[in-house]
Ligand binder design. Structure first.
Ligand code: 4AZ
Length: 277
């Protein structure tokens, strides 16, 4: 996270993060959306049929209740995934883990009043799925332990405020980046796939036609949530996906468009869990 601040720990109970074997280094974020499901970015995981997936899952650790990256926080615990399901088109993966309620240390009370979902008004420990997309300029927050400056990972969970952008606004204010398909010289990486992703960052506050940088997600924050609160509820509108550098003018962060995936998420979770688990 670039340009952020130490997060309020209580504000991010649904935050998860991924480590992989080999010093178990932190490398991606995630977000709890149900008792045994974490939403993250597919580019955080190996997608192959040519290796033993069970072995692969054992090389991964998902951490819950974390705050100080290198310290054991009260109530912090980890599990290994039992399954990873990839969205075919979007940078989105559903990571299945054993029941959090059953595995959390007693110090950490996981409140999961409903099995999930787009309507989670009594929920506390997981993020809500959106029923509709956010508007241009909506105030959102993202968090993670990714880079706070070149090559430097955060020691304490960082949070930053960014604004959601409409696709038109994003493309219009990103002069050298995220070109619409019809502009010359655009490579595939330059194109915003509006069905699957959207932009958030600092708006064009000085009105020079470019989005102002300074606040953004960065490497190591991938897979973490973009939370756009609605009626006091934490709604996960985005998953940190990609960008051109971090916090640069002209190059807002790109997030997976979760509102377009709610049905896939709910159907996938339902198809892998016992109905009344
Ligand atoms: C990354 O490398 C990455 N500016 C993720 C998000 C952003 C940049 C880079 C957003 O995973």
């Amino acid at each position: 996270i670039i340009g952020g601040y130490n997060a309020n720990k209580e504000a991010w109970p649904f935050m998860a993060r991924f480590q992989r074997r080999g010093a178990y280094k932190h490398y991606c974020g995630g977000v709890i959306v149900a008792d045994n499901w974490v939403l993250s970015a597919s580019h955080c995981f190996q997608r192959s049929s040519s290796f033993d997936v069970e072995d692969y899952y054992k090389t991964l650790k998902v951490w819950f209740g974390d705050y100080h990256l290198h310290k054991q926080d009260a109530g912090e615990f980890s599990l290994s995934p039992t399954n990873i399901i990839f969205h075919e088109d979007a940078d989105l993966a559903l990571v299945q883990v054993p029941s959090l309620k059953a595995n959390a240390p007693r110090k950490r009370i996981i409140v999961l009043k409903k099995p999930l979902l787009s309507d989670c008004k009594d929920c506390f420990d997981f993020a809500c799925l959106p029923t509709e997309h956010v508007e241009q300029g909506a105030g959102c927050h993202t968090a993670g332990w990714g880079y706070v400056s070149a090559d430097k990972t955060a020691k304490i969970l960082q949070e930053v405020n960014v604004n959601a952008m409409s696709d038109q606004y994003c493309v219009d204010h990103s002069r050298f980046y995220l070109r619409p398909k019809w502009r010359p010289f655009a490579t595939d990486a330059d194109i915003l796939e509006t069905d699957y992703e959207f932009c958030a960052g600092v708006l064009d506050e000085d009105e020079d036609g470019e989005t102002d940088g300074g606040r953004d997600a960065c490497q190591g924050d991938s897979g973490g949530p973009l939370i756009c609160p609605s009626n006091g509820r934490p709604v996960v509108q985005g998953i940190v996906s990609r960008g051109w550098g971090c916090a640069m003018k002209n190059a807002p962060g790109v997030y997976t468009r979760v509102s377009a995936m709610t049905q896939w998420i709910e159907e996938t979770m339902a198809s892998y869990s016992p109905p009344d688990a």
